[in-house]
Design a protein around this ligand. Structure first.
Ligand SMILES: N[C@@H](CCC(=O)N[C@@H](CS)C(=O)NCC(=O)O)C(=O)O
Length: 206
C-alpha cells in the first residue's frame, strides 16, 4: 500500500504532495473538489470530521489530518530525507516556530478570506478585507525572516514547502497589495527542485 493524499489542486494538499515528492515515496492523490463542496460529503467527513483538506492515509491505513501534523508525520517517516533539521537543534526549533506560526496565525485567516459569510454573513466583504490585512501583516513577518534563499539559514526544509503554499494563494500574496521579493524568490527556488518543483507546477502552474 502507498500513501493516499485527499486533496484538491491549489489547496493545502499541495504541501503534503510536495513533501511526499521530496521523499520519492509512492502515493495516490484522491481529488476532493472544493468547488463542489466535496469536503462536506459524508464519505469525506468520515475521514476528516472537520470537513477540510488535506488528509493523509498512511500505508498502514492510519488517517492523519491537519496540514502541519501531516508534514511532521512525514518528517518522522522519512528521517533520511532531511525534511527538517536534526532533532534537538536550534534550527529544528526554528522550523517548528515558523510552521506553527503559519498553521495557527495565517491558515485560519485564509478560511475567513475564503468563506467570510460563515462568520459574518451580514458584513462578509468587510470581514474579508480585515482578514486580508491581518494576513498581509503576518506574511511580512515571514518575509523579514527569510534567511535566503530558504526560510531557515540551515537550508531547505518543510517550512519552505509550507511557506510556498501560502505564497501561491492570492489572499496571502497579492502583488498589487504588497511586495514580498524574498518570498517570491523562495518560491522560484522551490519550483526548480526536482521533487517539490514538479508538484508546484501541477498545482500552481509555472
Ligand atoms: N487547520 C487545517 C486547515 C485546512 C483548510 O482550511 N483547508 C481548506 C483548503 S486549503 C479547506 O479544506 N477548506 C474547505 C472548507 O473550509 O470548507 C489544516 O491545517 O489542515
Amino acid at each position: 500500500m502507498s500513501y493516499v493524499i485527499y486533496g484538491d489542486l491549489r489547496s493545502g494538499a499541495f504541501s503534503v504532495e510536495a513533501a511526499l515528492a521530496e521523499t520519492g515515496a509512492p502515493y495516490e492523490f484522491k481529488r476532493i473538489c472544493l468547488e463542489h463542496n466535496e469536503q462536506k460529503t459524508p464519505e469525506f467527513l468520515a475521514i476528516n470530521p472537520s470537513g477540510k483538506l488535506p488528509a493523509l492515509k498512511t500505508p498502514e491505513g492510519d488517517i492523519v489530518t491537519e496540514s502541519m501534523a501531516i508534514l511532521l508525520t512525514l518528517a518522522d517517516h522519512f528521517p533520511n530525507t532531511r525534511l527538517l533539521p536534526e532533532p534537538g537543534t536550534p534550527a529544528r526549533a526554528t522550523a517548528y516556530r515558523w510552521l506553527a506560526f503559519m498553521a495557527s496565525e495565517i491558515y485560519p485567516m485564509v478560511e475567513i478570506d475564503d468563506y467570510p459569510e460563515r462568520f459574518m454573513p451580514e458584513a462578509a466583504e468587510a470581514l474579508r478585507s480585515r482578514a486580508r490585512a491581518r494576513i498581509h501583516e503576518r506574511m511580512q513577518v515571514l518575509e523579514r525572516n527569510i534567511a535566503g534563499p530558504w526560510l531557515l539559514a540551515s537550508g531547505f526544509s518543510l517550512a519552505d514547502i509550507y511557506l510556498a503554499m501560502f505564497s501561491g494563494w492570492s489572499a496571502c500574496n497579492d502583488n498589487s497589495q504588497q511586495s514580498l521579493p524574498r518570498l517570491n524568490a523562495l518560491t522560484e527556488a522551490l519550483a526548480q527542485r526536482p521533487g517539490a518543483g514538479a508538484v508546484w507546477r501541477r498545482h500552481f502552474g509555472s
